[in-house]
Design a binder for this molecule. Sequence first.
Ligand code: OVV
Length: 396
Amino acid sequence: MTDAPIVDIDPFSDEFRRDPEPAGERLQEAGPVVYLKSHGIYGMARYAEVHAVLRDHESFCSSGGAGLANFKKEKPWRPPSLLLEADPPEHTRVRRIVSRIMSPRVVEGLRPEFERRADELAARVAARGEIDGVAELAQAYPLLVFPDAVGVGEDGRENLIRYGSMVFNSFGPRNELFREAMKDAGPVQEWIAAHTRRDALAPDGLGDRLYQAADRGEITSDEAALLVRSLLSAGVDTTAHALAWALHTFATHPAEWARVRDDPSLVRPAFEEVMRLASPVLTMFRTTAREVTVAGTVIPADEKVLLFIAAANRDPREWPDPHRFDIDRRAAHHLSFGSGVHACVGAAIARLEAEALFTALARHVRTIELAGPPTPRPNNSLNALAELPLHLTAAR
Ligand code: OVV
């Protein structure tokens, strides 16, 4: 049927989630392209191929969905994203608009407020000492600053965490995790829909600026609403997990935290290395738009291809000593923000959040230690923490 090596790993099983590293290595060893009989899909876990597929949007399309479901055959659980689940040229038109409203100049404009909020929060947690790093920092900070930037009011912001969890669970099979995330999904989806409406968005926030593009006739107002939905889908839960892993990584690498604390110019490169090593997004799918040959293996048209982002970020073919946290390595070409035309449009905001928060923590916090074992938050496509008990000592 296929000349790809057949592997019996289930990337959506508890077993895989509990310990993805040996499975990633097995997938890489099996070959550049494998066939996962557990779900009848192709898979790639080596850096070179994952990177090449992400950059080849013509052969590996996104309109078939970024999850296991093939939108050409199955009905999506929500109207497809105009960004994530679309191909050029339709994708290009809206992507250009969203890129413009999140341009480097706009993101720099967010900096003073992001830094002010980070400083307040860092001072508060330093004074508390014992905290849950997930609730009190990693979720609290993006929930403070990102909805403000979009122009979403204060009430009900916790829906953004729940919605992020729904969206990322929906990229897997219709399993128990999916059903659990979708339990009581109605009120969350209603809250999201209500907050993508123009009258719910503060003037001149990122959301309102999408509607201003509609005023100019560049997109329709229905498209503006869907693009605001993209910001609310991908803008909070993802950064929360990235920040949680950064805290976890510093707590388990005290010498590296001491270096970053004493020289905050290291915050940015250290965060890239956290993104490489922790890979908040474990996996993403593409769909073959035609028959494609990858490293000598034929993949027929209209097949789902699973990209093991986390494994690629630790592929020894690309990264020397790949499991080591090394803030001196050049890590910025990790695949945690994707690559190619669909590369994370909010990456500059995520990086700004990390820079502001950890620079503020460097001022206020001397040591970061685990105060207990972290609890995972199982998700079909995220590498997520539910709780991270931390003991902080304040700077003198
Ligand atoms: C990258 C990403 C993840 C989830 C949702 C979306 C994007 C979206 O565009 O809705």
